[in-house]
Design a protein around this ligand. Structure first.
Ligand code: ZN
Ligand code: ZN
Ligand code: ZN
Length: 362
């Protein structure tokens, strides 16, 4: 995420701000320019999203006849007006969603054009069971996970190193974008060589995963234990991880952070997995060369504050190869090197086993 400036008084402001704390101007994020503007002077006429209160949304509505912004508009289901707890979780879930929608814009990943079908259903499992997952452009998330205690309990139950609402969005979007990023059968074949054959039974894979857990050596091959379940989940976990890296690197770069030391970190840059050729000049190696030293430093910063590591992951060579492939696919779409065409559409994925006692969402 970039840092922003109030264009009325020059104060540093953040993506979430709806008010400048220095000059007290109302602030709005304008999707078409991806900038935050003070809504004064010639911009006084800009309309704020109708979800300003309900979802704490600071975005501006630019389309005629719409009440909601481009992010709020693609939420098809939200808690009822008489569900205060659900609405509180909904507000924080929408905040995480705006961040990911911003990143989709930033990476030129299409999400709301004429031929897009992406919608979100934000439901709360405190009312009725909710199945997190993706099917045919519909992403369903459990708002109960906006509650920190609930989410941490699930993370510990499932033995995960990392679990956030933002991560859930990124993972489910990985399922959504898979067929867009793999526009031809040839590309699917290249993907299968890295991630495995997604035509194997999802149900059997899920049963096996929840019965016996991940293979002992999973860290040599997968970015997370959940990625071991099925090639679809490996793709989605890798996509999510790639987006984590790009967002965090952008944030660091915009604040002028770069890590030059200690020497041990700088010396550790001999990575074996080169980016795929089609990734072009912005190769994944360059991404990694910036990324890994930063994660070493940020983990140590967190430990200095007595907190868990910011980045509780280790990237094996095979994982780096998958991330480099993801980089090349997103890069191809981002630069318009390839128009997305018709492609096999994966069937829906359900992140939850039917049993009452497990409710994972990767
Ligand atoms: Zn200001
Ligand atoms: Zn909005
Ligand atoms: Zn999934």
């Amino acid at each position: 995420m970039r840092a922003f400036r109030c264009d009325h008084c020059g104060q540093l402001v953040f993506f979430e701000n709806s008010l400048c704390l220095r000059c007290e101007s109302a602030l709005g994020f304008v999707p078409s320019t991806q900038e935050i503007h003070a809504l004064v002077g010639e911009r006084e006429g800009l309309r704020r999203c109708a979800n300003l209160q309900l979802a704490e949304c600071n975005w501006v509505v630019e389309d005629e006849g719409e009440e909601l912004c481009r992010s709020c508009r693609i939420t098809a289901v939200r808690p009822a007006d008489d569900d205060p707890e659900g609405l509180e979780n909904y507000a924080s879930a929408e905040a995480a969603k705006r961040r990911i929608i911003y990143q989709l814009m930033d990476l030129n990943l299409p999400f709301d054009g004429d031929d897009q079908t992406l919608v979100f259903e934000l439901k709360s499992s405190t009312k009725a069971p909710v199945t997190t997952g993706h099917a045919d452009g519909v992403i369903t998330l459990d708002l109960a996970e906006s509650d920190d205690a609930q989410r941490v309990a699930r993370r510990e139950q499932l033995g995960e190193a990392y679990r956030t609402m933002l991560g859930h969005y990124r993972h489910e979007l990985g399922h959504y974008y898979q067929s867009i990023l793999l526009p031809t059968e040839d590309e699917w074949d290249r993907e299968r060589a890295l991630f495995g054959d997604e035509r194997e039974s999802y149900q059997e894979a899920m049963d096996r995963h929840y019965a016996s857990g991940p293979p002992a050596d999973w860290e040599d091959h997968f970015v997370s234990a959940y990625a071991t379940m099925h090639p679809w989940e490996d793709w989605a976990e890798t996509f999510a991880h790639y987006l984590h890296i790009r967002d965090t690197l952008q944030t660091a770069a915009d604040f002028g952070m770069s890590v030059d030391g200690p020497q041990a970190a700088a010396d550790d840059r001999d990575f074996k997995a080169a980016p795929q050729p089609e990734a072009g000049e912005r190769g994944f190696r360059e991404v990694l060369d910036n990324w890994l030293p930063l994660t070493y430093a940020l983990n140590q910063v967190n430990r200095s504050m007595g907190l868990d590591d910011l980045y509780p992951f280790a990237l094996a060579d095979e994982v780096i190869a998958k991330l480099a492939y993801m980089h090349s696919r997103i890069h191809a779409l981002e630069t318009g090197a390839e128009a997305p065409g018709p492609a096999p559409v994966p069937a829906g994925v359900v992140e939850e086993a039917p049993a009452e006692d497990v409710s994972p969402a990767g």
